[in-house]
Design a protein around this ligand. Structure first.
Ligand SMILES: *Cc1c(COP(=O)(O)O)cnc(C)c1O
Length: 420
């Protein structure tokens, strides 16, 4: 919630802890999450849907830190995973396997086996070949795998092309016109139990119509399946609800989102499954960085900071906007600057032509709304150790991932004998 991140007494705080104090302990750059914001933002989402109590499966790829996952596991919710690694994380964090759904176009046999053995709720199957492999693996284990087909409803969510996933040309899902035939085939497979229909149309979506349109197509398909004698229990509409990254941006409130969805699903026998990611974690985390240099370019003033695109790739990858503020409250004049990192790429920036109070070497900046697709997309590019993650709870803070050491970066690398 916004009030978990505020200036108090001239210093930016996460809950009741000053960011400066955290930086004194862990250095910069670092990610900081608010436990109260995680819980609060989840409450708002759950509350919006309360009458129909859907199964909410947090999309683990948005933020997979074990302490974040444990926060959700303690709230009793489910998880949407897209790899064997994410499955392991959820189990390690104490998540209920019976509330896990497994999505993704390229599940391996090992991943499928691990998921069946863990007893997940269902697979979101993305192709006929995958369906056959799941059937084979399940039979080998002497089990039945529960599945939903991920259909491609051919809907434009009107968001960034890299995060649009439900268009005809997209790699995701099974063409909705072919789905009926695939369901018929699935229902004849010995190792398969058909339980649901799934779609996920994209991310950072600001319009409700695409969600409604997609859901209507899924319900229609569910009814068509019924006529064929195939009864499904779950309709999974994926995630994708947008959040505000910029002052004045107005995504639909979860309540508005819930209202239009409830209107469609209420008169059906299906149990709703949701896979929110960004909307639950996006505004619950920040990335804190230190000013290394202030440099006057020919036409632009650059603020060079110690965080880089390898720590938060969204601006470089999606041209995303993140608010950047000074940690020490500054009421001085603003100047227009580019905020850039040390990586040797022109794409390594956090903000361009941005008004920022005058800063100097050593000042701390906070990059806001960095809780989703932040640390999880970080890399070691330029041989930069990945940064620590900190969780705040009230007046305390906890290091929930340590900063990588240089030694960690060489682990597993070998210089072959012939070079010695
Ligand atoms: C990424 C993803 C989500 C979560 O998307 P958000 O926009 O973060 O809510 C949900 N389901 C699937 C299948 C995804 O790939």
């Amino acid at each position: 919630m916004w009030y978990d991140f505020q200036y108090k007494g001239g210093e930016y705080r996460v809950e009741d802890v000053s960011v400066k104090k955290i930086v004194e302990a862990v250095g910069t750059p670092c990610y900081i999450y608010s436990n109260s914001a995680l819980e609060g933002d989840f409450d708002v989402f759950r509350e919006a849907f309360s009458e129909i109590s859907p199964l909410i499966c947090f999309s683990v790829k948005a933020n997979s830190n074990l302490a974040v996952l444990r926060t959700y596991a303690n709230l009793g919710i489910g998880f949407d995973v897209v790899s064997g690694g994410e499955l392991l994380r959820v189990l390690r964090a104490g998540g209920d396997p019976g509330k896990i759904v497994f999505s993704g176009v390229g599940k391996t046999e090992d991943e499928i086996k691990a998921a069946i053995e863990a007893g997940i709720l269902f697979f979101n199957v993305e192709s006929i070949e995958e369906l056959q492999v799941i059937n084979d693996v399940a039979k080998e284990l002497g089990k039945k795998a529960r599945i939903a087909l991920r259909v491609n409803p051919d809907i434009d969510p009107k968001t960034h092309p890299y995060i649009s996933t439900g268009l005809k040309k997209s790699k995701f899902g099974i063409e909705i016109s072919k789905a009926l035939d695939v369901y018929k085939e699935a229902s004849r497979m010995e190792g398969i139990e058909v339980v649901g229909i799934d779609a996920h149309i994209g991310s950072q979506i600001f319009q409700l119509d695409p969600f409604v349109e997609s859901l209507r197509k899924l319900i229609e398909l569910g009814d068509a399946l019924k006529n064929e004698g195939i009864t499904i229990q779950y309709i999974d509409i994926g995630g994708g609800l947008g959040i505000s990254y910029k002052e004045g941006e107005m995504p639909p409130h979860p309540k508005e989102y819930a209202d239009v969805i409830k209107r469609e699903i209420n008169s059906t026998p299906y149990k709703l499954v949701l896979e929110p990611g960004r909307v639950l974690v996006g505004n619950a985390g920040i990335l804190v960085t230190k000013v290394l240099y202030v440099k006057d370019g020919a036409s632009t003033k650059f603020v060079v900071v110690d965080a880089a695109m390898n720590d938060l790739i969204r601006p470089a990858f999606y041209d995303s906007y993140h608010e950047v503020i000074t940690v020490h409250e500054s009421l001085g004049d603003e100047e227009t600057v580019d905020i850039v990192g040390p990586v040797c790429e022109s794409g390594d920036f956090f903000a361009k032509d941005r008004g920022l109070p005058k800063v100097k070497r050593g000042d701390l900046l906070a990059i806001l709304s960095a809780g989703a697709y932040g640390f999880v997309m970080s890399s070691n590019y330029n041989t930069r150790p990945r940064v620590p993650e900190v969780m705040v709870r009230g007046e305390e803070f906890f290091i929930v991932r340590e900063r990588e050491a240089y030694e960690d970066l060489f682990r597993g690398e070998v210089i072959p004998d012939f070079m010695k």
